[in-house]
Design a protein around this ligand. Structure first.
Ligand code: SF4
Length: 694
């Protein structure tokens, strides 16, 4: 399809690296885009091996090539009608609330926009949630409480401008490798101090000046202790707080009531933060994936608000997202507690505004079911039809056995995916072949709010189609032709941009009205740009809130009084170890793409339960032995890797393997469905287990 080099974006992590894909005699070659601000030509192992996976897709039975209805190959016309008819029948018999959508941060913004418009605006169900719930929901909630909007105030360059970078619950070296490369270079060139706060000694600790091996779940105590320390040494910026921040007294009172963790390095950490104005705190899933995740986020944000270190060069809190388009999905209302353009489903003005913009009489507002609740509703029979796009919840969600039972019991399961066989697809009544990376055309937004283009360089495999096209066809078949007249992704993008500016008047931070009139050629050539991009502008905005004006109606940032609380489940005599779950450097999610690359598999060919020598000895386990890992929910089988990276009493489990790839290797069956009461994000980082010889 492409006979010249094209610029596009990596489909993996939230760094959002720019790529150049060039035609070769045999296919294509991929390299880092030196002009993309996120990576400036750098790549990690996953990005550099993207063509391995494309080749494997072409040469093996990997792709879903044709629509399938009830196990039978069909054309698109029949498949689209089957989806439309079954959704309409459920709405007619049980009401719109009986329809659910579970989508993905792998979708492009244009795909995501179409899904939300169809589901919330025209079918009239609020039940649209996404795998971003497992990733970023606590940060979204924390940002909204503190700033009044789901906004990351900083830009990647801040990691290079800071004198101190604190990484909390983030194995940046493995999970955001190009950002880690940038930080390492800054440390080498200008002596940036790096602190890692993590129960494990991860690869990121290799370039840290200080590792605080914090026991799991004690982040609030750590940051409350820091806030109280800042007060004691007079490092709170009282003038800034007076002018720009509410809630200091209450937050300080709560902070003083907590006891800082008794862990080596804490006092030095507090001293460094107090004496280093240019401090950036990077936080990620180790903070978010917790039954207290939102409070943890706010404990971090409190420190930055109290010191006025928000949205300034080299001084800001910085959440790094896991997925390539977790932020783009939020922009279009991809969470059950959001509407498009960051509007609030509980605000009648926002609901009315969106209803009028979309001319969508079925839009009712109100919050939908969040991921764990959604699958509980499927299992209970309240959701009768579920459409899953670009994600594999049978492997990735907590309560894996219950999720599988829910899918087995659901009368209509529709799955759109690019690959032909996932644990989730086995439950599908209708399977729709979706175009994949290299075939799709649209935009994604990375962790620094930067919108970048994904451009196609080859034709879709078989009869695969882009997700926005599939949704549009179904919408038309359901009778919503007028609202779904899109012919190309640019049509969706322009509408999305226009909506962001519609009756905005500074109410919402997300505003890309300056991109609402892009002609197709300008959209195609769109250079990476950070939102907001208000009407009349095009350059984007690197930082937000640096002037102390926040999105809350009174313009002030808000400190939240939070207290240290225990995780939802504790270790016990039967389950004496605490399992922490996470990524490997060279795998991505449930391995449907990275699992195709032998080069990537060489890093860690199989899942390993990593444990401290004392715990392994107590359990009678040798390095390399097969072990059964059991929680209160289920069990998995893995080989043991003994090492001192784990603290005694804790083990680490990789999240990637499905039962298809490794018999009983899917750790979702171990993780309980405890969620943060504010964000709905599950607690995947604190799972009591026992490990014993098989
Ligand atoms: Fe892709 Fe992330 Fe690696 Fe960049 S750091 S190449 S976005 S996986």
């Amino acid at each position: 399809m492409a006979d010249a080099a094209i610029r596009t974006t990596c489909p993996y992590c939230g760094v959002g690296c720019g790529l150049i894909v060039s035609p070769t005699r045999d296919g294509w070659a991929v390299g880092g885009d030196p002009d993309h601000p996120a990576n400036r030509g750098r790549l990690c192992s996953k990005g550099a091996t993207l063509m391995d996976t494309v080749t494997a897709e072409d040469t093996g039975p990997v792709r879903l090539l044709h629509p399938m209805v009830d196990g039978r190959r069909t054309g698109w016309g029949e498949a689209v009608n089957a989806v439309a008819d079954r959704l309409a029948a459920v709405v007619a018999e049980h009401g719109p609330d009986a329809v659910g959508f579970y989508v993905s941060g792998q979708l492009l913004t244009e795909d995501y926009y179409a899904v939300n418009k169809l589901a919330k605006g025209f079918i009239g169900t609020p039940h649209v949630d996404t795998n971003s719930r497992l990733c970023m929901a606590s940060t979204v909630a924390g940002h909204k409480r503190a700033f009044g909007a789901d906004v990351v105030p900083g830009t990647y360059e801040d990691l290079e401008l800071a004198d101190l970078v604190v990484l909390v619950g983030s194995n940046l070296a493995w999970c955001h490798p190009v950002l880690a490369q940038r930080l390492r270079a800054a440390r080498r060139d200008r002596g940036t101090k790096v602190v890692v706060v993590d129960p494990r000694r991860t690869a990121t600790c290799d370039f840290a000046d200080l590792h605080i091996a914090l026991p799991p779940g004690q982040d609030v105590a750590l940051f409350n202790g820091l806030l109280a320390h800042l007060d004691r040494v007079d490092a709170i910026d009282r003038e800034y707080v007076l002018r720009h921040v509410s809630g200091l007294d209450e937050a300080l009172a709560a902070a003083r009531a907590d006891t800082p963790p008794d862990v080596e390095g804490v006092e030095l950490f507090y001293h460094w933060v107090a004496t280093t104005p240019k401090t950036v705190t990077v936080f990620s899933q180790g903070v978010n994936q917790s039954s207290r995740g939102t409070d943890k986020v706010n404990a971090i944000l409190n420190v930055h608000l109290a010191t006025g270190r928000v949205g300034l060069p080299g001084a800001t809190p910085f959440s790094v997202t896991g997925q390539p388009n977790a932020m783009g999905g939020r922009e279009v209302g991809g969470l059950a507690n959001q509407l498009a353009a960051h509007m609030n489903p509980d605000d009648p003005h926002d609901v009315d505004r969106l209803r009028r913009f979309w001319r969508a009489p079925n839009l009712t507002g109100g919050q939908g079911l969040k991921a764990v609740e959604l699958f509980e509703a499927v299992r209970a029979g309240r959701i009768k039809a579920l459409w899953i796009m670009a994600t594999n919840p049978a492997v990735s969600l907590p309560e894996g056995d219950l999720v599988r039972a829910a899918l087995a019991a659901c009368p209509t399961v529709i799955v759109s995916d690019m690959v032909t066989d996932t644990d989730t697809q086995r439950f599908a009544h209708i399977r729709l072949p979706a175009a994949g990376w290299g075939e799709k055309d649209g935009t994604v937004t990375n962790s620094e709010r930067r919108i970048s283009r994904q451009r196609p360089f080859r034709a879709p495999a078989g009869e695969a189609k882009p997700d926005w096209w599939i949704v549009t066809q179904v919408a038309r078949a359901m009778g919503f032709e007028t609202a779904f007249r899109y012919r190309a992704p640019v049509d969706l993008f322009r509408e999305h941009a226009a909506l962001s500016a519609f009756e905005n008047d500074g109410l919402r931070a997300f505003d890309i009205g300056g991109l609402a009139n892009l002609k197709p050629r300008a959209y195609d050539a769109l250079a990476p740009v950070q939102w907001p991009v208000p009407a009349g502008t095009s350059a984007g905005t690197a930082r937000l809130y640096g002037d102390g004006r926040y999105t809350h109606a009174n313009g002030r940032g808000r400190m939240i009084a939070v207290r240290q609380e225990a995780p939802a489940e504790r270790a016990s005599l039967r389950f004496p170890l605490v399992a922490n779950t996470g990524r490997y450097r060279d795998q991505w999610h449930t391995m449907t793409r990275t699992g195709l690359s032998p080069r990537l598999a060489a890093h860690r060919p199989e899942p390993l339960v990593e444990m401290h020598p004392e715990d392994a000895a107590a359990a009678g386990l040798a390095d390399g032995a097969l072990a059964r890992v059991t929680s209160r929910r289920g069990e998995v089988v893995m080989r043991v890797a003994i090492g001192e990276a784990q603290r005694p009493g804790e083990v680490f489990l990789p999240m990637h393997w499905s039962d298809t790839l490794s018999a009983r290797g899917s750790i979702g069956r171990l993780v309980p469905g405890h969620v943060d009461s504010v964000s709905g994000q599950p607690e995947s980082k604190h799972v009591p287990v026992r490990v014993e010889p098989l």
